[in-house]
Design a protein around this ligand. Structure first.
Ligand code: PA5
Length: 427
């Protein structure tokens, strides 16, 4: 099984809660699942992230792969400009699948995902003298952070390259928005963010797929991994892990738990955690509801917030996201004289040490009052990551529907923008 879900460290806590009975939450999850499948959710016009997997557009995948091949051949750097759902998915998949050291192909950098003045200044200093392509990604085409970074990037390219317009690829709305209109006027190559796909659900559209392909990842395998998971879920009953996860989360939410930690056991999974954080935070956190999503990397963060998780205020549930890789990595050598006292680990691969750390932590946290689940990936490849992306997209659609919120809107994000624009004197 590419994805397996283990609930045994949540079982005692679930059994002791006063909330709705297990068969009630399972029935609610199944009902929400059926509503996602039949389009009876809130904002039913925003279910394109699922529909596009059931009718794959192979021609689009090929077009993206061809543009990515050009970028890989001609660019030293691909600068991806976007924020939120317009960059987190691409960054997540790259972090998972591109080797951390010495990978081939262009360097992929991000901009317009914050307003840090120093970062953007140094970025353009760093890019000077390099062959740069830009993929500007904004569905609305009006988000300040990427719009500002794109203005800087455009000037940078136009001052250095005769073919600047060829080096810019715009991923935006099909018909509307300042970026769309500008891209049409300039004749940039364009990709469309489908109307029925929200930003945080857009990783498997050109939003994510172009940068991912430019990083050398096989997008067809990634995409069809998600297709396989979507097809499995179409036939699923309440025992499917995505529905069990949604049902359990709902039970804990109703019982007053407030936070879900996603603890990744490998640094390659951290970006997927950040993507999950946005997916669940923006989809569920409204109308006074939702578990606050936090991503942590273990064992690193056990040495920062591990104390809190073990003994702090009891409001946490936790999911471990890990790989089935106990045999992986370097093996600890035997050392004559055992100077550092580590010979008891001689012959043990690092993956096995990490696995024991996970097992010990899951047990300790359950004993400390943090019910936890484990989602294990059989391997870290494009197909499994594709499956995982859809797993979480479907789970959050079910979970948000169970909560009674609209999983596909994000009205709260506007509030800071209005105040910021008023302070900036936007006309
Ligand atoms: O999920 C969402 O809708 C948001 O995170 C958006 O992706 C983010 O705000 C960026 O919006 P846009 O792509 O319109 O610039």
């Amino acid at each position: 099984m590419p994805l397996t879900f283990d609930r045994h460290h949540a079982a005692d806590a679930l059994a002791s809660l006063d909330g709705p009975a297990r068969d009630t939450t399972e029935a609610l999850a199944l009902d929400a699942h059926r509503r996602v499948l039949s389009g009876e959710t809130r904002s039913p016009e925003m279910l394109g992230w699922r529909d596009m997997l059931l009718t794959p557009d192979d021609a689009l995948l090929e077009r993206i792969a061809a543009d990515a091949a050009e970028i890989r051949e001609r660019a030293d750097v691909l600068l991806c400009i976007g924020i939120g759902g317009s960059y987190l998915g691409a960054e997540a998949v790259m972090q998972a699948l591109v080797p951390p050291f010495g990978s081939d192909g262009p360097e992929i950098l991000f901009a317009g995902n914050h307003l840090g003045p120093d970062y953007h200044e140094r970025l353009f200093e760093y890019l000077d003298g390099k062959s740069v392509y830009v993929n500007v990604i904004s569905k609305s085409g009006t988000t300040l952070e990427p719009a500002l970074a794109f203005r800087l990037a455009r000037r940078f390219l136009e001052e250095r390259f005769d073919d600047a317009d060829r080096r810019i690829i715009a991923t935006t709305d099909a018909e509307r928005g300042a970026l769309h209109d500008f891209a049409v006027e300039k004749g940039y190559r364009r990709y469309v963010v489908p109307n029925d796909v929200g930003g945080r659900f857009s990783v498997l559209t050109p939003v994510g797929l172009l940068p991912i392909a430019a990083a050398g990842i096989d997008i067809r395998t990634l995409f069809y991994g998600a297709v396989a998971e979507a097809r499995d879920l179409t036939d699923a009953d309440a025992s499917h892990p995505a529905l069990q996860y949604a049902a359990d989360r709902y039970t804990f939410h109703e019982a007053g738990y407030a936070t879900e930690v996603l603890a990744v056991m490998d640094p390659r999974l951290k970006g997927l955690g950040a993507w999950w954080q946005q997916l669940f935070g923006e989809s569920e956190g409204k109308e006074g509801k939702g578990l606050f999503p936090v991503v942590l990397q273990y064992t690193t963060d056990l040495h920062s917030v591990g104390q809190y998780v073990q003994q702090g205020k009891r409001l946490l549930v936790e999911t471990f996201l890990r790989l089935d890789d106990a045999d992986a990595g370097l093996t600890v050598q035997d050392e004559p004289g055992d100077p550092d006292g580590l010979n008891y680990l001689a012959g043990v691969p690092m993956g096995s040490v990490n696995e024991k750390a996970y097992q010990g932590t899951a047990e300790a946290h359950a004993e400390g009052g943090v019910p936890n689940w484990t989602l294990t990936l059989s391997r870290l490849d494009a197909e499994t990551v594709g499956r995982l992306l859809y797993f979480y997209e479907h789970a959050v659609a079910v979970s948000g529907t169970m909560l009674g919120v609209d999983p596909f809107d994000q009205p709260g994000v506007e509030t800071y923008k209005q105040k910021m624009f008023s302070l900036l004197g936007k006309p």
